[in-house]
Design a protein around this ligand. Sequence first.
Ligand code: FES
Ligand code: FE2
Length: 348
Amino acid sequence: MLTQHVRNGWYLGAWSDEIGRTLTQRWITDLPVCFYRLPDGTVTAIEDRCPHRKYPLSLGHLDDEGILQCDYHGYRFDGQGVCVGVAEQADRPKAALRRFPLVERDGVIWIWPGAPELADESLLPETSWLTDPDWTHVHGVVPLKARHLLLLENLLDLTHETFLHPTSIGNAAVAATPIDVTVDGDRVGFSRRMVGIEAPPFYEKSCGLTSPVDRWQDGDFYPPGIFVLNIRVAATGTEEPEGFHMKVLYGMTPARGNETHDFYALGRDYLIHDEELTKFQHEQQLAVMQEDVDALEAQEVMYATDPGGKAESSIRSDLAALRGRRAVAKMLAREQQGDSAPRTRASA
Ligand code: FES
Ligand SMILES: [Fe+2]
């Protein structure tokens, strides 16, 4: 299984509310990145490795003018990553930091760790629900000691809900219902319609529904590391638009080695001022993610200690996950061959 990371693609770098006037280090695709806001409020992200002697700049200081000083020997950099001076000498050392393309939108800071000239905003998913006044959501990030492809497969194969999350979002109906898979260039989507099923506990409590219910799952993978899930639940016989709508955004961002930042946002378009419900949903989201983290970390050990092992066995419900895995492998191969033109654009 691949351990190298695609860099010519958007990743979720941070939530907007994580980044302010302090320096924040985050490893992304094995690159150390220092995030901070400039005096005008815009976010910048530069390589967190001083060109002088490689000290992390995130251990330095940011002044009121937005000049970042390395706290080892005093090199000073502007928000573009250009060295503007050093205390020891009058002339400016020739040094510049790599600055990463960013897009800040809907409370998300997206980062493109690869070739800047290829950064294409049209590849980003639609996320207006994160700031839509008719929706509410919770968000955060969980550390994961497993490679991002394992998380990707976990999200593209929700059959695992039946076995890994039986006390919250899973029950027998999930594994018993086949998925439809669509592939559009690099993009992979799947959908599953469960009709007249028993409501899993999370949905019973979240929507005040009793069985039977209909439940829809529509997932879209925006390679290399973004996943959006549309969830709809309704009492059986209710038209889908009158049902309960939820959305989940995952940013699966490779960190360093086989570690991953597991960014999540869970939103809903009903009872949006019900704080109890928000608290319940957030706790459940974190509990479900912890079950995934535990499973993926256990799985990571098995992959890491068996690199050339026996071929894996697969079944029909793996289709979306296998397509996702293939999409990432193809992107990486294109990147390594110097052909990085994206194969899919986001639809309007
Ligand atoms: S390592 Fe940054 S100034 Fe020396
Ligand atoms: Fe899961």
